[in-house]
Design a binder for this molecule. Structure first.
Ligand code: NAD
Ligand code: UDP
Length: 312
């Protein structure tokens, strides 16, 4: 197949691209380097099955005939989407529609990377796909949350009104190699701080929870969903739930670091808890994650050490 991956120079997009190439597909990667880096796809320079287009998807483009689209483009780290507030709203609205139009034109299968942030600070726990969420529509995080909720509505409308074969994956916190060492997300922050012997920054009192999925497990789920007949959102994530303090302890144990914990203010509207109910993915796709947090952290340690040696 000839497959378009937007956000291909980012953490998930580049890992997905590698997997699609390994499966024998041809990939056209699109990215404007808003938060991604050429470094993540540099190993594909000269690969005849990979073409790269440096382009902002909020501007129309046409890569020619494509069989499938994975729309991964969007800033994803809180500090980055706060910095790129308007760009985030535009990529989740105009950018999403531009890619849906391509799917319509070429009758291409379409998968959109949505997020657990659609649930906001959830009042239901764990979160099932049927939960409508608890989102502040005007707080700082709204640039991300509302762009992602709008995107889901847009994707469903192109499915219902234009017959596009769409899929919505609600991704829960995912980590692994190519997570940017300084984009501010918790796993990359903690590992880099531990490796450098710097203080581990706990926001708030560290009792808020997240559920962390290793990138390879996530990509297995995404590929199964894209091949399915399901059009409504499906949670893909690891239900193993950790407080942020527990997460810091795991990182300290794994790295053998003596870094101390320091406490910093909790960002506004930071969700107090998050854990996917993955019953739907299990029943529909036969999918469940296999890699536990301590194993996943060990797997990505060499990458973060390399980043540190490279001066990050
Ligand atoms: P990332 O920041 O590493 O990658 C996003 C990529 O999109 C970057 O390479 C960036 O340059 C590109 N991009 C942004 N705006 C663009 C535009 N207008 N045109 C072209 N390219 C653009 O983030 P990630 O973690 O790889 O996230 C990928 C997708 O998955 C995002 O849509 C994100 O919302 C979603 N997601 C990720 C997680 C996670 O834990 N990693 C969780 C939920 C949802
Ligand atoms: N966090 C933290 N220290 C950091 C970075 C993040 O305590 O250095 C917390 C953050 O406040 C949130 C959780 O870790 O409660 C996950 O943050 P992240 O930015 O990775 O993703 P989110 O799930 O908030 O989108």
């Amino acid at each position: 197949m000839r497959i378009l991956v937007t956000g291909a120079a980012g953490f998930l997009g580049s890992n997905l691209t590698d997997r699609l190439l390994a499966l024998g597909h041809n990939v056209i990667g699109v990215d404007n380097y808003a938060t991604g880096e050429h470094e993540n796809i540099a190993h594909l320079d000269g690969n005849p099955h990979f073409k790269f287009l440096q382009h902002d998807i909020t501007e129309t483009f046409d890569p020619g005939h494509i069989d499938a689209i994975y729309n991964m483009a969007s800033p994803a780290s809180p500090p980055e989407y706060l910095r790129l507030a308007i760009e985030t709203l535009r990529v989740g609205s105009i950018g999403v529609e531009n890619t849906l139009k391509l799917a319509e034109k070429y009758n291409a299968n379409y998968l959109h990377a949505s997020t657990s942030e659609c649930y906001g600070d959830p009042l239901e726990h764990p979160q099932r796909e049927s939960y409508w969420g608890n989102v502040n529509p005007v707080g700082p995080r709204s640039v991300y949350d509302e762009s992602k909720r709008f995107a889901e509505a847009m994707v469903m409308a192109y499915h219902r009104s234009r017959g596009v074969n769409t899929h919505l994956v609600r991704i829960f916190n995912t980590y692994g190699p190519r997570l940017h060492p300084s984009d501010g997300r918790v796993i990359s922050n903690f590992i880099m701080q531990a490796l450098k012997g710097e203080p581990i920054t706990i926001y708030g009192d560290g009792t808020q929870t997240r559920s962390f999925c290793y990138v390879d497990d996530l990509i297995d789920g995404i590929l199964l969903l894209a091949a399915s007949d399901e059009h409504y959102p499906v949670n893909i994530g690891n239900p193993g739930e950790f407080t942020i303090l527990e997460c810091a302890e795991e990182v300290l144990k794994m790295t053998g670091s003596k870094s101390e914990l320091v406490f910093a203010p909790l960002p506004e509207d930071d969700p107090t808890r998050r854990k996917p109910d993955i019953t739907k993915a299990k029943e529909l796709l036969g999918w469940e994650p296999h890699i536990k947090l301590h194993e996943g952290l060990e797997r990505c340690l060499p990458y973060f050490k390399e980043m540190m040696e490279a001066g990050h």
